[in-house]
Design a protein around this ligand. Structure first.
Ligand code: PEP
Length: 249
């Protein structure tokens, strides 16, 4: 078993004071552990509060949910990778399905964002996943591989190998439906094969997380599936006790 990674995507939830209170509660349920990595992606506006609340817990790391692909400039309302890095983020979600399907982010834009992340010293967590229509049309493999290739198109093999990938079927996100462990394994294996093509043997070490309606009831089975190296969790990461139960899976 690889050293598992648990990532919480809080989406547009948890104001700074709520986020600090959450962390205090979560830390009480989750003493420091060496055998797993915990990442939290709060709202960018709560990043500072969460970093403060975690100052004695360097084992838990922070990321942002989105960045612009330019490093600075006239992009009102956006955050850049260097700003995120300076504010305490080490990771960034790239190509999350809500960015793609709610905000119309293209494959090309995810590629530019991943490249911006690398330039700034952030680790991209590249999210890929098919819609229900694509799954039913038998296009799952083609879609996730196309998204993965586009996201890392301008990144060198060494940096691809130090990135993270999440398989998040769009039809499973926030719906209460999950991929079965064996379906998740099958898609992760396709992603793994592509990572080997892109980076050679180094592709073996790239963590591939599963995301989509993970909760404390299904986390253990999903994590036990072949090729599943961790979990990316949205809704169920908003309850401190439930999130701690998942992280202990
Ligand atoms: C997500 O937003 O990445 C996610 C997996 O959400 P949920 O766990 O709520 O399906």
């Amino acid at each position: 078993m690889r050293h598992p990674i648990f990532a919480a995507n809080w989406k547009m939830n948890q104001a700074p004071a709520d986020a600090s209170a959450f962390i205090r509660q979560f830390l009480a349920y989750f003493p420091r552990q060496q055998d797993r990595t915990v990442l939290i992606f709060p709202s960018a506006l709560a990043l500072h509060a969460v970093a403060e609340a975690l100052k004695d817990r360097p084992d838990i790391q922070l990321g942002v949910q989105n960045i612009h692909w330019e490093d600075k400039g006239a992009f009102t309302g956006e955050n850049s990778a260097p700003i995120a890095r300076a504010a305490g983020a080490k990771f960034v979600l790239v190509g999350h399905s809500e960015r793609r399907h709610v905000f119309g982010e293209t494959d090309e834009e995810t590629g530019k964002k991943a490249a911006a992340a690398i330039r700034a010293g952030l680790t991209p967590l590249v999210c890929v996943g098919e819609t229900l229509a694509q799954r039913e049309a038998g296009e799952t493999g083609a879609v996730v591989i196309r998204q993965l290739r586009a996201a890392v198109a301008t990144i060198d093999a060494q940096h691809i190998a130090s990135s993270l990938v999440a398989y998040e079927p769009v039809w499973a996100i926030g719906t209460g439906k999950t991929a079965s462990p064996s379906d998740a394994s099958a898609v992760h294996a396709m992603i793994r094969a592509e990572l080997r093509t892109l980076t050679g043997e180094r592709g073996e070490a790239v963590p591939i997380l599963y995301g989509g309606s993970v909760n404390r009831g299904n986390a253990t089975a999903l994590l036990a599936a072949a090729e599943v190296d961790g979990l990316l969790v949205g809704g169920a990461s908003l309850d401190a006790e439930g999130w701690a139960a998942i992280v202990r899976a």
